[in-house]
Design a binder for this molecule. Sequence first.
Ligand code: HEC
Length: 120
Amino acid sequence: MNTLMKLAAVALLAGVVGTSWSEEAPKGDAASGQRIYMAAGCFTCHGRVGQGGNFNFATPSLAHTVWPVEALRAFLRVGLNDMPAFSKEVLTDQQVADLHAFLQSLPGSRSPADFKLLNQ
Ligand code: HEC
């Protein structure tokens, strides 16, 4: 496991077990998060509704993320492989919180059973 992955894993774990962070995360706004998602270019690799896709490698779906906001922020600051890093100067903590709210609001993929046409 490389350092970046460890950082993301630690952030993820801390969020999951509810460890308190020195810095309280700002509350996110999904509508603002959608604008940031488009403006920062996340959509070019992850798709307009966070459905994921392919860049040089598979680009994960981000819809309805289970990541806590702290994990997203830690991950965005360092990037990984084809995933670029977004420093505090590029995306503030508030903007990351907005992005997080937007990603959580996305429904993600639906089951084929939900499509009437596929069940006739
Ligand atoms: C140039 C293409 C590209 C852009 C732009 C990009 N990403 Fe990514 N992202 C990737 C790739 C590729 C990965 C997978 C990295 C890996 O695991 O090797 C990734 C991984 C992620 C992950 C981890 C998801 C998981 O389940 O493993 C998150 C979260 C993420 N990106 C959020 C964002 C956000 C938010 C933005 C915009 C601020 C963004 N990305 C912009 C390509 C991109």
